[in-house]
Design a protein around this ligand. Structure first.
Ligand code: ADP
Length: 385
């Protein structure tokens, strides 16, 4: 039919939801997944099993696809440079993606471009961390340059002694560390944009994201009470970064909002992002579809919300092992609220693992929030009726 095939490296829920969007568009989709049990491998026929860090496996996978894209950042940049040199279309390209993989590269580039970031430095040893803290104050935040996700690889440190211990444990996983000022933010925002190779870009409404134990738990679109000027500034920052780095596909910019409406960039992701899951059921074009459109250089879809308020709540595997099957709870939340959208990822509900999300949208923020919170809590066995 002349429709292209998109290859997604990584078999998590992001790949699964991208694959569903690909079905809707009628484009082909292939997945390179870590294991046959992974979220996308369970739904995408012909999934290749293999490690995205293995160059030969990547090369084999790339042979059957028109464009290569990602569900996560854990693919060595050097492999992608190599594949691109061999003629594989990689989107986002490695020279852009490295800024979502390497926090020092990201901080250096954004700071040089005058984009607002927390004060930061390379953390060479405990003395350099103490020196940084002498200028910016304790506590400081130590981070691994690569490999962090969901708050892993990020530690708040209040003294030189603590820095020594934390640096040793972080270095066990990754060599290079950076130190940042501890930002007294009032909340975390995210600005998502999609950008295509010929430079078309669209911006989603700026959202508020609330984390629980370092993991995104709830997202509200648009961010309640956000001043219009701040929302415009957040979108301007995200569009500016997408253009500066030549991002193709989705770009999520995590931001800190400080007292008085100041904004600082926390980190970048170049793929669909948890803070954009609300768009699957409550935007005209979801982030998953716009990521595919962007990497295929198709015209982008309207990113606007369908309702004044949308609240997305993540569903985690129940911590309490005595909680009965989630399927019973599933039936209950559907019966209670037919307007609620429930998305499950086909993952075993191990304690604390992200296994799905729910989305409510409507005209009243408090009511919308209550519907999403209630459903997520019920599915996790945290409340009973
Ligand atoms: P990850 O790569 O694991 O997502 P992040 O850099 O996003 O790591 O940090 C995880 C969380 O830690 C952030 O969402 C924020 O709540 C907190 N955090 C990170 N950097 C800072 C900072 N400089 N000041 C204050 N809090 C921070």
């Amino acid at each position: 039919m002349g429709f292209p095939v998109v290859g997604i490296v990584g078999g998590g829920q992001l790949a699964r939801m991208m694959a569903t969007a690909a079905v809707g568009l009628g484009v082909g989709v292939r997945v390179l997944a870590e294991s046959p049990g992974s979220s996308a491998a369970r739904t995408v026929p012909g999934t290749l099993i293999g490690d995205g860090a293995d160059l030969d496996r990547l090369r084999t996978f790339a042979r059957g696809v028109d464009v290569l894209t990602f569900d996560h950042e854990q693919v060595p940049t050097a492999h992608l440079v190599r594949l691109a040199d061999e003629g594989v279309v990689v989107r986002p390209g490695p020279e852009a993606l490295v800024h979502a993989q390497d926090k020092v590269r990201m901080r250096s580039r954004l700071t040089a471009a005058g984009l607002p970031c927390p004060a930061w430095a390379r953390a060479v040893d405990a003395d350099s961390v103490a020196g940084f803290a002498a200028r910016h104050g304790w506590p400081v935040v130590l981070k691994t340059t690569r490999g962090g996700y969901d708050g892993k690889g990020v530690e708040v440190v209040s003294s030189r002694d603590q820095a020594v211990a934390v640096m040793a444990s972080l270095r066990a996983a990754h060599d290079d560390l950076l130190v940042e000022q501890h930002v007294p933010f009032v909340r975390e925002l995210a600005a998502l944009v999609a950008r295509s190779p010929h430079g078309q870009a669209v911006a989603y409404p700026v959202v508020e994201s609330v984390a629980r134990d370092g993991v995104c738990a709830e997202v509200t679109a648009p961010a309640p009470g956000l001043a219009e000027a701040t929302a415009l500034e957040a979108a301007r920052i995200a569009l500016g970064i997408a253009g500066l780095l030549g991002v193709t596909g989705l770009l999520a910019v995590e931001l800190f909002e400080t007292a008085g409406g100041g904004l600082l960039v926390n980190e970048l992701a170049m793929r669909p992002h948890n803070t954009g899951h609300w768009s699957l059921d409550a935007a005209v074009t979801s982030q998953f579809e716009n990521h595919l459109r962007a990497v295929l250089d198709l015209p982008l879809g309207d990113p606007r919300a369908r309702a004044p308020w949308t609240v997305m709540a993540n569903v985690f595997g129940p911590v309490d092992p005595s909680v009965p099957s989630m399927y019973d709870a599933f039936r209950h939340v559907m019966a209670r609220d037919p307007g609620l959208r429930v998305q499950m990822y086909g993952k075993e509900p191990r304690a604390g693992r992200k296994v799905g999300h729910v989305t409510a949208y409507g005209g009243d923020l408090a009511d919308t929030r209550e519907r999403a919170r209630h459903a997520a809590a019920y599915l996790m066995g945290e409340i009973d009726e």
